[in-house]
Every structure is written in structure tokens, then in C-alpha cells.
Design a binder for this molecule. Structure first.
Ligand code: CA
Ligand code: CA
Length: 272
């Protein structure tokens, strides 16, 4: 009993010290009775971010979201390394990042181009529209993820579809000659990243108009397939805490824009 009381007293003292020092309190669970101030502190964003999109559907919704999410800070390709160490940090080990397709937790310091390193995977393969790695779609961390160098090259620039065989360090992902299927836990993440890119890049600023379509073998055209499969993956694998935190970190600390399909999953069906 005494030990418990002492621990409790210590916890209260720490919380008080944190409050006095002006440190952020742990996230609160929002409740219906929460005050506005508490809700602001506890919820990831205020939906006024989307006020010009709420209530719209189809092309009108897509256009409104394009305008909203195009107001952003842009990173250089070299700045992407440190950003990914933050956005994709392993919740169980702050020294590591989680690799997207393989699911491996690997040291942040192993970023690079050698076997055993992780590098910057473009989920919207950069050859699909040939946008490269100059500041723009090629440095937009909403679709950039850490991946093992070798696994990254297995995915290459393949479109997304169901089916194929496993490979070394696949984590459950599959591939065949013309497509790639991510492991189940990130299928929806992949779909939402692709659909974010489709809304963010509509042909302005000298960048191609990126769009999902119904096929594989898209080559260098600014398309990624298959839309019907991506929509199914979005339904099967809804946003989880890792993905939501990632969206929030990008919003707070890097690009200051959001992936609408993580915040409002129903908008996928409303547009496509
Ligand atoms: Ca997921
Ligand atoms: Ca587009």
C-alpha cells in the first residue's frame, strides 16, 4: 500500500511539475462534456481545416480538397530523410523506423543506399509521371516511406493489384511481373497515399495530373492502378493510430497539409 501511495504521489508531483513548466499534458480522450479548450488540446485537428469541402461530393469535393491541401510547405529531397525518421518512428522503439512493405523495425541511422539500409520509397512510383526528386511530388512525404533497399527495388515502379509470390523480407507482401500487393496492415495506407496524390496533383505548377486508373502496366504515364483494388484495400484496412499520428506529424511539423482520406475515409467513395 505504501509503495502504491508513494508512486501515486510521485505521479501527481510529476504532472504538477509538468503543468508548472508549461509542458504538454498527455493527450486526453475527448468526451461530449469536454470544454472547447480541452477538445482543442485532445483532438488531432479542427475540422474547420476542411470547411470548404464539407457537404460536397464528386468533382466539387475533389476540387475543394485540392485547394485546401495545396497550401503546404515543400521539403527538399535531402530533408526527407530526417522527416521520415520522425513520421515513421517505431512506436515501440524510438531509435527505429518501421519499413512499409516489409514491416521490419530498423535503426534510423541505417538510412542509405547499401544492402541492409533503408531508403525513400515513393509509393506513387516517381516514373509514373516522371516527376523525379526535385521539390514537388517527388519530395511529398505524404507518399514517401522508409523501405529496405532491396524490397524497394522489388516493388520498383509496379502498379498495385492483388496476387503474386513472396520474396525475401516481404513481410507478407506479394509481387508478380506487373504488380505489387502490400502486406494487409498497410494496404489501406497505400490506397490513401495514392488517392492523396491524385487530389494534390492536378496538373498545376508544371507537375503532371496524377490519377488512379483501372489497369497495370501504366509505364511512365501519370497513372497508377488498379483503382477498384485500391478502394477495396481502403475499406479492408481503415486508418489506424500509426497512420493518424503520421498525418498529424506531417501537418504539425513539416508540410502543414493533411491527407483527407485518413481524416474522412468516406470521401474516397464520395469522389471515386
Ligand atoms: Ca493500415
Ligand atoms: Ca490529379
Amino acid at each position: 500500500m505504501l509503495a502504491i501511495r508513494i508512486r501515486r504521489r510521485k505521479a501527481v508531483a510529476l504532472a504538477t511539475a509538468a503543468a508548472l513548466a508549461g509542458l504538454a499534458a498527455p493527450a486526453l480522450t475527448p468526451t461530449a462534456t469536454a470544454t472547447t479548450a480541452a477538445r482543442t488540446a485532445a483532438t488531432p485537428y479542427d475540422d474547420t481545416y476542411y470547411q470548404d469541402a464539407i457537404g460536397k461530393t464528386g468533382d466539387e469535393l475533389k476540387a475543394a480538397l485540392h485547394t485546401i491541401i495545396s497550401d503546404q510547405t515543400k521539403l527538399s529531397y535531402s530533408a526527407v530523410w530526417d522527416a521520415l525518421k520522425d513520421t515513421d518512428q517505431d512506436p515501440g522503439n524510438s531509435g527505429n523506423v518501421i519499413l512499409l512493405y516489409s514491416g521490419i523495425s530498423r535503426s534510423k541511422s541505417l538510412n542509405g543506399g547499401d544492402t541492409g539500409d533503408w531508403n525513400r520509397e515513393h509509393v506513387w512510383a516517381k516514373s509514373h509521371g516522371d516527376f523525379g526528386t526535385s521539390t514537388g511530388p517527388g519530395t511529398d512525404i505524404h507518399h514517401l516511406r522508409p523501405e529496405d533497399v532491396r524490397v524497394n527495388s522489388v516493388r520498383g515502379n509496379k502498379d498495385f493489384d492483388n496476387g503474386g509470390s513472396g520474396f525475401t523480407d516481404d513481410g507478407g507482401s506479394l509481387t508478380d511481373s506487373d504488380s505489387f500487393e502490400p502486406r494487409d496492415a498497410v494496404k489501406g495506407d497505400v490506397a490513401r497515399m495514392i488517392l492523396y496524390m491524385a487530389v494534390r496533383y492536378e496538373g498545376g505548377d508544371g507537375w503532371p495530373d496524377l490519377e488512379p486508373n483501372g489497369q497495370v502496366d501504366n509505364g511512365s504515364a501519370p497513372y497508377i492502378g488498379k483503382l477498384a483494388v485500391l478502394k477495396a484495400w481502403h475499406d479492408e484496412d481503415p486508418p489506424d493510430a500509426f497512420e493518424q499520428r503520421r498525418n498529424q506529424v506531417i501537418f504539425d511539423s513539416y508540410q502543414h497539409n493533411r491527407n483527407p482520406f485518413i481524416d474522412h475515409p468516406e470521401w474516397v467513395e464520395a469522389i471515386w
